[in-house]
Write a protein that binds this ligand. Sequence first.
Ligand code: GTP
Ligand code: IMP
Ligand code: MG
Length: 340
Amino acid sequence: MVEISAIIVVGGFFGDEGKGKIISYLSLKSQVAAVARAGVGTNAGHTIVYQGVKYKLRQIPSGFVNPNVKLFIGPGVLVDPRVFLQEIELTKTSERARIDYQAGVIEEKHIEEDRSSSHLKGKIGTTGSGCGPAQRDRAMRILKLAKDVPELRKFLTDVPYELNELIDEGRDIIIEGTQGTFLSLYHGTYPYVTSKDVTSGSICSDVGIGPKKVRDVIIVFKGYVTRVGKGPLENELPIDEVKKRGWYEVATVTGRVRRVAPFNFKLAKRAVMLNSATQIAITKLDLLFPEDKHKKRWKDLSKDAKEFINRVEEELKVPVTLIGTGPEVHDIIDRSERED
Ligand code: GTP
Ligand code: IMP
Ligand code: MG
């Protein structure tokens, strides 16, 4: 019998929930053979803080922290060759980072259009990374693919084949989602969304894994909700209040200030449904309950923090298995072997 060994990590709100940190932790912890990046492309920025160094990655999967892990970018993901090659240097992963032949390529003209369009930059508030115009060209079937770019030649492979082979050998693989559920072109706050679907179904397709090969869908929520760019944000807090609560954040890719609202159970419930989540990861618990910063054991958490996590489990009816208590990869409570 074929082992079911793929784990999807998906964002539950509007992106920037801390998926990068959760994925890097999981990659170091278990016998993960590969991490494959899904989602739109260079519009996403994952932050990983590991061994005192802060990495901000827009292409290389967050599993790079484990030197034994293979790194893949699926055919459904856009590649900007300059960003990819820079990150290969930064993370020293040229021997193990691979792109699918059929990944779409972002060119300078896409970036220029994204940044100069009053609709995209002005009305929607895009990241200006060229993703929307490149997606349009893919739909028009005129977009260049990775196999057409000589500088990428040595990094190319058949990503769906490699991933499915690992799964069939019973190895664990992580599929790295980017953005968040309510930025989905289909399920989000249209038109204030990104240029494709980013929920778990689409994440499978981005890397060429069928849904029956997925064992778990880990949905990541931050302890509060953030959003960059335009569009509705229920219960949005004024900037003074955001600073007072210590929830002030700046976006990884664009440097824009993130808009902030308290944790939203209604959105979280819908996100669990849309992604068929089987586990929840909550990040930034330390910013809701500062006395819990850097804690690594459930039993050491404050009463208020435990009550919050218990309420999440009761309302969403899905176990909270990972809890972030700081930015570093190991600032985490791992409840997969429930000591409580
Ligand atoms: P996208 O794919 O762009 O949606 O990004 P992401 O989900 O990987 O999140 P991103 O790295 O953009 O933002 C999360 C921020 O929270 C980063 O600055 C992380 O270092 C930080 N972070 C993640 N988990 C924790 C946590 O548990 N506590 C604290 N204090 N910071 C955290
Ligand atoms: P685009 O994806 O650059 O076209 O931007 C469309 C919308 O999605 C804008 O509101 C962006 O701020 C948002 N967005 C896209 N990618 C991310 C991400 O990774 N994190 C947070 N917001 C994102
Ligand atoms: Mg981000």
